[in-house]
Design a protein around this ligand. Structure first.
Ligand code: ANZ
Ligand code: ZN
Length: 867
């Protein structure tokens, strides 16, 4: 038998698919549609194994659905703006555009070598004006609709990338790309009003049945909707206003990232601050409060600091600590007693001390809280430290409310105690009662607050979409008229000094004001690249020249039926895209509620790690049989970890494709692990996959030589069962299960004697395996004399009758011992079964001619012969 020459076949079939545009989606098709999409890659230079795994999964689904008679949209493009291109420009002196486009060319060729069924006619790169120009138009539409605004705010500043980052891009206090500790700065920034959709974005999660629960939970927590009560504590003596320009507390400046806290009490005109607003999710615990605490940048704290140097010093101390909620939770709780007293709204004889505290965030709720030590751990830690009263107001189960509370706050359910008119109620009743009373008496209001902040999209970088705004001293921020779009990035920029090259470009930013014609300046900030990826899936579905997309055209394809990508985008990209889709719906451009009906997050590709005798990381190619090749020294094998450059445990797909062919690589990444789990790359695994491809090829070749006579009902049934199983496996993206079924079918065919059914089984196997290993399948299909491509062939049709298991295996026992088995149609008559049992060769031999004493037949199960 000949060998399957993968390299030759791969190239030949890829050329055919390309030339015939086999996988171009037909917008005007009347077939049922399916939109299959994998997260588009950043063109970093080369395709990595994670891409291979991700795109192979989507590819199998896309090919399968085409064979099932659907019109499939399976496009590919490039998330092509971003920092690495500028870093390359700084390091290598190559223009970001040149670097990016060269990477795209390399990676496109690599993707093609894997034989992905992609519609390349719709390819797009976000760094080209024919994409980002439309994005500028969309930005202006959102601007016109009031969903874009500019505000001076404290921002996360990445000192290495020299840019602002969104909250979502700061992970454990560090920039998500640079890893540098983020600083706080004040800058004028553009924001998108994602908070307008906060409720919808939480509620919409409920309808996403085909999303992983963990992703939905992450989004829900990120948006962080809390229902509660906002109310006022009167201060026993008004506090003079903080000084400075304007004389009053500047609520904007006091606000961190995001919108100015809308709930801050405006200072009472001229009289100073006479109350403090707090937000609580536990109004039921009102009678357990023992202090009020405000954030370090709260107007009250700043007013105190004006005259009190100790307070000022304490505020400075707080600012030095971390700012994220997680850090605030773990830090030691510190406070400063302002000496001010606040009156409890439900008992005006009761006064509480007002502290400045490091665990209160300015940009959440009202930036002030009341503390209930018995039922909140932070409050309890604080109270123990500053010796404040701890009063239990919710009983633990049947507990009769002991006076003593230890070091653990009770946050569970219980009945209200020590709480006057609330006593005996459960928590929910008590909350409702307090809110009603506050609203009735006018000192508070039921409110919902969100952790989510508006999306800051300004980046002080070159390689991004220019924000289409012109600043005029007379007219302010003026939108660029749409007929002047796209605002194209200037080519002649330098990267020899840090900072934004657009800002220091000699001419680009100087333009006349579109409104008054006077001298004005272009906005030099560019858009966060997550804006680019918030709508690319819409542009794939419809890409007219004159506008971002055509509504009816896009709606024909959307939502994406199956989206596949990494779980690292659970909050960032997936939340932004959901927002963007809703924003477009809001302005009447697209009537789709959710962009991605189905989401699958695949696991990572991992590999063993190796270290040399002197502790250097070594790559798989540097090591053989436990020895470092270069030095001959023994190495240590470390943990299996995600492939990463820093640990050198990366396997580059391209040489693997060269050596084994695309099908073996595809088969391997599908076969070994459940797709949501990590996939450990191994040499033996890829070799096994290569052997399977060869085995398939031999099977097909031998089939032609065999003589076809007679039936093989069992094999025929197996084909139908396998077909049904694979359909459900692929739809559920359980590729490893589909692979296991294909191995079984393959073995069954190899064992079967020649027959017409066997010939049919080989044909079925080919069709079933073709979405996974399309090159060997095409080659075999053509060799077997079929017309047309297997990619265009119809998926095998399942005959439901063939799925019914209408045969039974009957055990034949002699004196209770199993001696033989018989295969019979279900429900066969007793006497026929008995006769067949007694006629069986083995039984005849055992009975040695004697008549049995007794024969017992259990229908469909068993024949017991008593000798
Ligand atoms: C009184 C109380 C009693 C509270 C109790 C909790 C337990 P979530 O659920 O995360 O929304 N809080 C409010 N604003 C805050 C801020 N700016 N910085 C720090 N903490 C703040 O949390 C809401 C609770 O967190 C609020 O309810 C408030 O403390 C605190 F037994 O008020 B609670
Ligand atoms: Zn003007």
């Amino acid at each position: 038998a000949s060998r399957f020459n993968a390299l030759k076949a791969d190239a030949a079939w890829q050329k055919v698919w390309d030339e015939r545009k086999t996988f171009a989606a037909d917008d005007s098709s009347t077939k049922p549609r399916s939109y299959v999409l994998e997260m588009f890659p950043y063109p970093s230079g080369r395709i990595h194994m994670g891409h291979v795994r991700n795109y192979t999964m989507g590819d199998v689904l896309a090919r399968f659905r085409r064979m099932k008679g659907m019109e499939v949209l399976h496009p590919m493009g490039w998330d092509a703006f971003g920092m690495p291109a500028e870093n390359a420009a700084m390091e290598k002196g190559v223009h970001p555009g040149t670097w990016t486009r060269a990477n795209i060319a390399t990676m496109k060729a690599q993707l093609k070598r894997l034989g992905f069924a992609l519609d390349w006619t719709r390819e797009l790169a976000t760094c080209e004006p024919d994409y980002y120009g439309h994005e500028q138009a969309l930005f202006l539409d959102l601007f016109a609709a009031g969903l874009v605004y500019r505000k001076e705010s404290a921002v996360n500043w990445d000192p290495v990338d020299m840019t602002v980052l969104a909250n979502e891009q700061v992970i454990d206090g560090r920039g998500w790309r640079s890893g540098a500790l983020v600083e706080r700065r004040k800058l004028s920034q553009w924001f998108l009003k994602i908070t307008d959709f906060a409720d919808e974005l939480v509620d919409g999660l409920g309808a996403l049945e085909h999303w992983p629960d963990k992703v939905k939970l992450m989004q829900e927590n990120w948006i962080g909707r809390s229902q509660g009560l906002q109310f006022k504590f009167a201060l026993t003596a008004p506090l003079p206003l903080a000084g400075g320009v304007g004389g009053g507390p500047d609520t904007t400046a006091a606000t961190a990232i995001g919108e100015a806290s809308p709930t801050l009490t405006p200072p009472a005109g001229g009289r100073g601050i006479d109350s403090v607003d707090v937000f609580t999710t536990r109004p039921d615990t009102m009678f357990g409060s023992s202090f009020v605490a405000v954030a370090a940048d709260h107007p009250i704290a700043r007013a105190i600091a004006e005259t009190n140097p100790d307070a000022a010093a304490f505020i400075e101390l707080c600012k030095r600590g971390g700012t994220t909620a997680a850090e605030l939770d773990t830090q030691e709780k510190l406070g400063f007693d302002t000496g001010i007293r606040a009156t409890h709204p439900l008992d005006t004889t009761w006064q509480l001390p007002v502290y400045i505290a490091n665990f209160v965030l300015m940009d959440y709720g009202t930036g002030a809280v009341f503390g209930v030590p018995a039922h909140d751990q932070r409050d309890l830690d604080f109270a123990r430290k500053y010796d404040l009263p701890v009063k239990r107001v919710v009983s633990e189960g049947d507990d009769e409310a002991p006076v003593f509370v230890g070091d653990t706050a009770w946050t569970g359910a219980g009945a209200l105690v020590n709480s006057h008119f609330l006593d005996g109620m459960d928590i929910e009743d008590a909350k409702r009662t307090v809110i009603e009373r506050a609203e009735g008496e006018g000192w508070g209001k039921g409110t919902t607050v969100f952790r989510l902040r508006d999306w800051g999209v300004s980046r002080q970088r070159y390689w991004g979409t220019p924000i289409p705004i012109i600043h005029c001293d007379a007219c302010g921020a003026v939108p660029v008229p749409k007929d002047q779009l796209p605002i194209v990035l200037p080519e002649d920029v330098s990267f020899d000094i840090p900072g934004n090259p657009l800002d220091r470009h000699p001419t680009w930013k100087n333009v006349p004001c579109p409104s008054c014609g006077g001298a004005a300046r272009r906005e030099t900030d560019t858009l966060d690249t997550f804006v680019d990826s918030s709508w690319y899936f819409i542009r794939f579905a419809s890409q007219p020249d004159a506008k971002p997309f055509d509504r009816t055209g896009a709606e024909k394809w959307l939502p994406v039926n199956q989206y596949i990508g990494g779980v690292e985008h659970a909050i960032l990209h997936l939340l932004y895209a959901r927002f963007w889709t809703r924003a477009l719906k809001h302005i009447g451009m697209l009537d789709i509620a959710e962009p991605f009906a189905g989401l699958f997050t695949q696991g990572m590709v991992t590999h063993e790690t190796y270290k040399s005798a002197d502790g250097r990381w070594l790559g798989p190619d540097d090591v053989r049989d436990g020895i470092e090749i270069a030095t001959g020294d023994a190495i240590t094998v470390g943990r299996i970890e995600k492939m990463s450059k820093s640990k050198k445990n990366v396997v580059d797909p391209e040489p693997i494709v060269d050596q084994y062919g695309a099908d073996a690589v595809r088969w391997f990444v599908l076969s070994d692990s459940p797709p949501e789990r990590d996939l450990p790359w191994s040499e033996s695994g890829i070799e096994g996959a290569w052997r399977f491809v060869q085995r398939l090829w031999r099977l097909i070749e031998s089939d032609g030589a065999a003589k076809a006579e007679g039936d093989d009902i069992a094999l025929r049934k197996l084909c139908h069962r396998t077909t049904v199983g694979i359909e459900s496996d692929i739809n559920a993206l359980q590729f490893n299960k589909a692979v296991a079924r294909l191995y079984s079918l393959c073995s069954a065919i190899e064992k079967a004697a020649p027959s017409a059914d066997r010939e049919e089984a080989v044909r079925t196997l080919l069709l079933l395996v073709s979405p996974m290993v399309p090159h060997v399948a095409e080659e075999a299909w053509a060799t077997a004399g079929n017309d047309g491509l297997i990619a265009d062939a119809a998926w095998p049709i399942v005959d439901p009758a063939m799925l019914v298991d209408d045969e039974v295996t009957i055990a034949v026992q002699v004196n209770g011992k199993l001696r033989d088995t018989l295969v019979f149609p279900k429900g066969a008559p007793k006497d026929a079964v008995e006769a067949a049992a007694l006629a069986s060769e083995k039984i005849v031999r055992l009975l040695e001619g004697k008549a049995p004493r007794k024969v017992i037949v259990v229908p469909d199960r068993l024949v017991n012969i008593v000798a």
